[in-house]
Design a protein around this ligand. Sequence first.
Ligand code: TYM
Length: 339
Amino acid sequence: MDANINNTEVKKKTIFSGIQPSGNLTIGNYLGALKNWVGLQKDYNCLFCSVDMHSITVRQTPAELRRRSVETLALYMAAGIDPEENILFIQSHVPAHAELAWVLNCYTMFGELSRMTQFKEKSQRHSENINAGLFTYPALMAADILLYQTDLVPVGLDQKQHLELTRDIANRFNGVYGDTFTVPEPYIQKIGMKIMSLTEPEKKMSKSDLSGGSVGILDKRDDIVRKIKRAVTDSGSEVRYSEDKPGVSNLLTIYCAFTGKTIEEAEKEFDGQGYGTFKAAVAEVCADALGVLQDRYNEILKDKDYLNTMLKNNAERAAYLARKTLSKVYRKIGFYQPK
Ligand code: TYM
């Protein structure tokens, strides 16, 4: 496949984003990230990655990681991302990510990494394995983004701090060596940017939660409905978005993110109806939307040959673009390159 991008594409701005293939993707991942990518793809040059190298900062079962790395990309496609128009690839297939990460590690401060909330949380949760990769993870994430001269990074709210660090690293490097990296902007949608756990609505919904607080994109309809119907609300009965009603507010957010309605419209719709009716409606829109996605996903997974060819072609396209930035960086920092 021709690795060059054509003239019309050159004028478009670039988007990069990724999801770790480390657990069952949740409706948090879908509503906070994936769903927004679908709407952006026609206006930008997009690279969407399954970031397997990030996943090994926490112990993975090799066979599962291998399977999920591809399945994550199949989910991107099922959600509506076109693998011909965009570059969908697995991070470890493009060695430039690891190479640039090493360089950026040398331009990232210990103090900056120590302040990262995700590092603090994960090192508490995995206290038996606080490895160096977990600590330097944001430098690899910065490499992912900066390699492609990315303008915009569509993510959920929890990644904002990593994005700010990426910007600081890019500015620092550009300050020393002159313009090298585009300084990226985060793109965070208001509705859906932080989907909370259904059982503990003060906590973020997460892939690692197996207790019923997370709805998996691939969950069965019955499970989706059961989890939403059991979601924690409060002792009142009014369907209203408010800080003192975190459970109801979260369900309203989920409902609006799936239907495209505003919070006010949803509040009006359920005015005077109890939580039971409201939860049943949320469960239905969620299960319907995921059902459509799951059907497409199962179709896509049937054609392994297509997936493998797509992966190889797209890794080549990504590697070509990444190499351009990496060569520039190596030249600027003083690595000898024979002519
Ligand atoms: P990850 O795999 O934890 O999550 C993938 C995406 O889903 C969003 N997200 C959520 N959004 C709303 N509510 C939630 N409960 C929720 N949970 C997750 C995340 O914000 C993210 O957008 N470090 C990243 C992966 C990454 C990356 C990158 C992202 C690696 N390199 C470069 C963007 C650009 C991560 O762990 O995401």
